[in-house]
Structure formats: structure tokens, C-alpha cells
Design a protein around this ligand. Structure first.
Ligand code: E4P
Length: 217
């Protein structure tokens, strides 16, 4: 399973480089707004930090302008994946950009039928938002199970990118279901490392080691 980090905070991304558990980056207009920076500059900077796909989202709602924005964003760096919303104009744009060889991440997916349409439009990634579904009392992970199953049934090449991940259980369930990718905030990625027995065990090993008076080097 690939891990993408869901942030436009360049310092956070830089701190995750080299850990071996970061395969790409996703951003959205809210994250860009939070960064307080110019979108094209942030995306260029992030793309220089990672070879993995960096999702940059269009903000137009009509097909023609979305297409222009998508081509502009793709022009920033060769690892930009253009993100479009799951609307008719978004899927139309997905089809054209995908045919041109641009990887497209179709975002704001909340149903399996929407995911089916995105795959038919040639999306490289579909982003079902599990946390936001949970927030309204619906079954976010149930949607992932459905999409993984449907894509397998028809051998679609679209990767299931679990989005709006809020906690480690979402990550575990995504992996068990065979989702291709999970995108999550840096804090969630780091929380996967944590176990109290790891901390306690390390503390005990180091205390015993100190008693020996040895040093390895
Ligand atoms: C994914 O690409 C989205 O940017 C993100 O996962 C949304 O997460 P949120 O629901 O926590 O805002």
C-alpha cells in the first residue's frame, strides 16, 4: 500500500522525505489556502522534493476552464497529478487529460457508482473520502470495500486512493481491503509508528545496556 501525505506544508513534507513511508503528496484548495502561499510555487516546491505523484486540484467548475487549469498545473512539473472534482465537467476533463497522458485524481467521491464513472473516464486515482462519510453517520470503509471489489470485477487500472483518513484504524482497514493508496495528514502517518510496548521495551533495553558500561562504537 502506498502512503501519500495530505498537506501543502513544505516543511512537513521535507521532514518525511527519506523515511521510506512517503510515496506521494495530495493537496486541495483548502490546504493551499492554509499554507498562505501561491499555489504554483508550493506545488513546484513539493514536486522538487518527491518523485511521487503530487496532486494539484483545479478550481474551475466548467470543463473548458478546468482543462486549461489542468494543463497549466501539469506544466509545473512532470509528477503533477491533476485533481478534478467528481462532477460531469470533472469527468469530461478527466477523460481528455488522461487521453493526453496526464494522471488524474478524481476527488470528492462519496459513492461506488461515482467511482465506477471515474474509472470509465480513465482516472489514475479515485479518492473516496472515508472520514467525511463517517462524519455524517455513513460507512466510509464500506465504500472502500465496494470500490475495491468493483474495480477488481472489471480489472480497472484506476487506483483506490483512500482520502479523508482521520486515524490509524482507517489505515489498517484500507490495507486489509487491498486499497492501493492512503492519503493522510502527517500526524496520522507518524501515529502509525507508535506503540507503548515499543517505548517501554526500548527504555528497558537502554537501561540494561547502560549497566554494562559498554559502547558499540
Ligand atoms: C484528499 O485528497 C483530501 O485532500 C483530503 O483527504 C480531505 O481530507 P479531510 O476530509 O480531512 O479534509
Amino acid at each position: 500500500m502506498k502512503f501519500f501525505v495530505d498537506t501543502a506544508d513544505v516543511a512537513e513534507i521535507r521532514s518525511l522525505i527519506g523515511t521510506g513511508f512517503m510515496d506521494g503528496v495530495t493537496t486541495n484548495p483548502s490546504l493551499i489556502a492554509k499554507s498562505g502561499r501561491k499555489m504554483s510555487e508550493v506545488i513546484a516546491e513539493i514536486c522538487a522534493l518527491t518523485e511521487g505523484p503530487v496532486s494539484a486540484e483545479v478550481t474551475a467548475t466548467d470543463h473548458e476552464t478546468m482543462l486549461k487549469e489542468g494543463r497549466y498545473l501539469r506544466g509545473i512539473a512532470k509528477n503533477v497529478a491533476v485533481k478534478v472534482p467528481l462532477t460531469e465537467a470533472g469527468l469530461r476533463t478527466c477523460k481528455v487529460l488522461s487521453d493526453e497522458g496526464t494522471p488524474v485524481n478524481v476527488t470528492l467521491c462519496f459513492s461506488a457508482n461515482q467511482a465506477l464513472l471515474a474509472a470509465k473516464a480513465g482516472a489514475a486515482f479515485i479518492s473516496p473520502f472515508v472520514g467525511r462519510l463517517d462524519d455524517i453517520g455513513q460507512d466510509g470503509m464500506g465504500l472502500i470495500a465496494d470500490v475495491v471489489q468493483i474495480y477488481k470485477n472489471y480489472s480497472f487500472r484506476t487506483e483506490v486512493l483512500v482520502a479523508s483518513i482521520r486515524h490509524p484504524i482507517h489505515v489498517l482497514q484500507s490495507a486489509k481491503l487491498g486499497a492501493h493508496v492512503g492519503t493522510m495528514p502527517p500526524a496520522v502517518i507518524r501515529s502509525l509508528l507508535k506503540h507503548p510496548l515499543t517505548d517501554r521495551g526500548l527504555e528497558a533495553f537502554l537501561a540494561d545496556w547502560a549497566k554494562t558500561g559498554q559502547s558499540i562504537l
